[in-house]
Ligand binder design. Structure first.
Ligand code: SF4
Length: 350
């Protein structure tokens, strides 16, 4: 019952409940992260999505049941989630919720990740706008988007290039300063210029710009537990990343881990003890997971120079004036390294 109450919005809307929050806080990626507010956000928010709802769906025995099954024309599909609403909505300049449902269904059928696919298409739209590619791909042109999704999946025409993702496209045709990825992974739907914990988290994360490696957005944007513009985030993000590494290893749902167990090491230790009878230090386990992943990355050629963000976030202000202070950001990274006892970004002991 506690979980149900704490997750009231998640239960009703699923992750689409996030759209109104991020838009009102100016961190909703819009037109390839050119801005953090979308003028048509209410057309693609949770209430709009629910107008197309067929039924709710839940993982086995979950009291929340965050998933939405939606319908448009002759399509019935699971989703779209918040990230998809953004990356096939605001971030490509589309305000048609039914078109997002259709794009979501196409990606599901082709086995494409909607964050990466949507981001790459947004990048292509900006390249097209700047005449850096020959193809005409206009913001919000969903017929072209549907055709691009298919071309990407089948590697046909321009789809062959776009199927390689934002990073490689930018290496081939230019536009690196507005290619929105970290370590090759496209950014999720929380603009780091208005959520500094996420800025650090994206940059440091071993698998690139992943929102789930710290989930700092929940504490900066949903609860305001931490000042979202403060650069005093190294310790907080380090701990959150370690917690999430443990949550992943326990195969817990991150929504449940937050609402039922308060993302607490102590609670996870209690669960582990109940299951195994053994004592664990989950904080140490989280730290060790991150260090091992990082050593693997270094073996594969990554280095501290990859712990950064796309140039756009340091140079282009959003309409609210949000931008990342390069010096403070660098200091935050250095503090994180020091707290982790990393030398030049590399763990020296595990
Ligand atoms: S377990 Fe998590 S993902 Fe599955 S329905 Fe519940 S809240 Fe949603």
């Amino acid at each position: 019952e506690i979980v149900k109450v704490k997750s009231k919005n998640l239960k009703k809307y699923g992750t689409s409940s996030v759209m109104d929050i991020t838009n009102s806080l100016g961190v909703l990626p819009t037109r390839n992260f050119n801005d953090g507010e979308f003028e048509y956000a209410e057309n693609i928010n949770g209430d709009s999505l629910l107008k197309n709802l067929v039924k709710k769906k839940a993982c086995f025995l979950c009291p929340i049941g965050c998933s939405n099954v939606t319908k448009t024309d002759n399509i019935i599909t699971e989703g779209p989630e918040y990230e998809t609403l953004c990356f096939f909505g605001s971030n490509i300049g589309n305000s048609d919720i039914k078109a997002i449902i259709r794009a979501n269904d196409l990606c599901n059928r082709f086995g494409l990740d909607t964050i990466s696919c949507g981001n790459t298409i947004a990048f292509a739209m900006e390249l097209s706008e700047k005449r850096m590619i020959d193809e005409k791909i206009e913001w919000g042109d969903m017929d072209t988007v549907f055709s691009l999704i298919e071309k990407i999946a089948k590697r046909e025409g321009i789809g062959d290039l776009l199927s390689q993702g934002t990073k490689r496209v930018s290496e081939k045709v230019g536009g690196k300063e507005f290619a929105i990825h970290v370590k090759g992974m496209d950014l999720p739907a929380y603009d780091p210029r208005g959520s500094i914990g996420m800025a650090l988290s994206y940059a440091i994360s071993n698998r690139g710009a992943c929102h789930l490696r710290s989930s700092a957005y929940a504490y900066e944007l949903f609860t305001s537990e931490y000042d979202r513009f403060s650069y005093e985030k190294s310790k907080i993000v380090k701990e959150l990343q370690e917690i999430m590494a443990v949550v992943d290893s326990l195969l817990l749902c991150k929504f449940g881990a937050r609402s039922a167990y308060g993302n607490s090491f102590k609670e996870f230790e209690r669960l582990l003890k109940m299951a195994t009878g053994m004592d664990f230090n989950t904080s140490k386990i989280g730290e060790r997971i991150i260090n091992l992943e990082r050593l693997y990355n270094f073996e594969e050629g990554f280095s501290m120079k990859d712990d950064t963000l796309p140039e756009r976030f340091f140079t282009d202000k959003t309409s609210r004036g949000y931008v990342i202070d390069r010096k403070k950001f660098k200091k935050m990274i250095d503090e994180y390294y020091e707290l982790s006892s990393w030398e030049n970004g590399k763990p020296v002991k595990i």
